[in-house]
Write a protein that binds this ligand. Structure first.
Ligand SMILES: [Zn+2]
Length: 218
C-alpha cells in the first residue's frame, strides 16, 4: 500500500467519510487546530446523501495522517491521484483496505480444518468466530485455524467507524454526529448489529493496534 493510500484509509476509518466525500476533500477543509474536517463536496454529487456542509471531529489518532497528507499533496486536493487529479470510482482501494484490516486482525471468523482428514480425502472443517484450539471429531487431531478475511468495500468503513467508536465508549449521539446520520436511531441500530465486542475480540483490539505502523506494514 502506498503512503497516500494509507492516509486515505486511515481517514476513511477514523472520520467515517463516504468515498466521494473522501476523494473530494481539499486541504482547506482540514482544520487541525480546531480538530475539524469540513465535509462539503464530492466528485459525484448524486451519490452524496445530505447536501449540507458539516464539520466532522478529527480523532487524535488521525491527526498525524492528515498532517502528512497536507504536506505531501502538491495541489488543493488532500488525496489526489498520483497525477494530481481527483480520484474516481475505479480506485482500487477496496483491496488495499481488505488487506489492511486483515493485518489489523479484522476477520469474519476462522475456518478450523483437519489437515489429516483432508489428506485422506475426507475433509472436515468447521467455522467459528474465535481461533481457540479445537480437535477433529473424526480423528482427534488438532484442527488448523485459518483466518477468514472480512469482505470489505470502502463504504463499509463507516460501519467499522461506528463499531470502533462505540467500543471505545464514545456516546451514541457523538457517533451519530460523526457519521452524520440524520437520525441517531440508525446509528443505534448499527451499534447493536455490529458493536458487540464480546463475541468479536478483533473489534475491541483494533483501536489499540491501528497505529501508523500496523496500517503501514504492507
Ligand atoms: Zn480429522
Amino acid at each position: 500500500m502506498s503512503d497516500s493510500d494509507r492516509r486515505l484509509i486511515a481517514t476513511a476509518l477514523y472520520a467515517g467519510l463516504r468515498k466521494g466525500e473522501l476523494f473530494g476533500l481539499r486541504k482547506r477543509d482540514v482544520d487541525i487546530e480546531r480538530r475539524l474536517l469540513m465535509v462539503r463536496r464530492s466528485y459525484d454529487r448524486e451519490s452524496t446523501k445530505g447536501a449540507r456542509d458539516e464539520a466532522v471531529p478529527i480523532a487524535t489518532a488521525l491527526v498525524p495522517y492528515l498532517q502528512e497528507a497536507l504536506e505531501a499533496a502538491p495541489g488543493a486536493l488532500l488525496f489526489p491521484r498520483p497525477d494530481g487529479e481527483i480520484r474516481t470510482e475505479d480506485d482500487k482501494l477496496g483491496k488495499c483496505l481488505r488487506s489492511a484490516l486483515n493485518r489489523a486482525g479484522i476477520v469474519d471468523g476462522y475456518l478450523h480444518l483437519c489437515r489429516r482428514c483432508k489428506r485422506k480425502g475426507t475433509p472436515h472443517e468447521e467455522k467459528h468466530t474465535d481461533c481457540q484450539r479445537r480437535w477433529c471429531p473424526k480423528c482427534g487431531m488438532l484442527l488448523w485455524a485459518k483466518a477468514l478475511p472480512r469482505r470489505f468495500r470502502l463504504h463499509d468503513t463507516r460501519h467499522t467507524t461506528a463499531t470502533l467508536l462505540l467500543a471505545a465508549g464514545v456516546d451514541r449521539y457523538a457517533v451519530a454526529r460523526i457519521l452524520r446520520h440524520s437520525d441517531p436511531k440508525i446509528t443505534f441500530l448499527l451499534g447493536e448489529t455490529l458493536g458487540e465486542p464480546e463475541g468479536r475480540p478483533t473489534h475491541t483490539s483494533f483501536p489499540a493496534t491501528c497505529t501508523r505502523k500496523s496500517i503501514g506494514s504492507a
